[in-house]
Write a protein that binds this ligand. Sequence first.
Ligand code: FES
Length: 167
Amino acid sequence: MTDSFSFTPENQIKAEEILKKYPATHRQSALVPLLDLAQRQLQGWLSQPAIEAIAAFLEIPFLKAFEVASFYSLFHLKPVGKHHVQICGTTPCWLRGSDELRQACTEHLGINLQETTSDQLFTLNEVECLGACIHAPVVQINDTIYENLTPYTLVEILKNLAKEEES
Ligand code: FES
């Protein structure tokens, strides 16, 4: 369903609550949390109708909302798998083995960066610093940050996530 978007009744209430946190003269300040809410409703990505709906809700131009949605790696403009694997590739993580983590993922999942497995379970991407450099190398999968990883421990995490889907 990508040709229209509206919040579910439950999320509409959440959206109104989010909006209340900002002065009426600064509705646009709610843009990032509302885009995040829409992305969660769409299971991890933002369709153009969703961005249009948020822009209309905030009474701002579509382009302004699109600029924000396309700027932050937090937001995804095409569908992603159920588990979005984001490997930090910034210097501290790179020095501590992010290349090896990426290679382990591509070999285990059989996909390259920016691809999704055919069962739609995993999408693989590389991102900039996830803010946990002291525990490098770091990978974010959906809302969870995994730290001090090795190729082995990361593949074990991927296997466990896949196993959870079977049960
Ligand atoms: S460089 Fe990877 S978390 Fe900061």
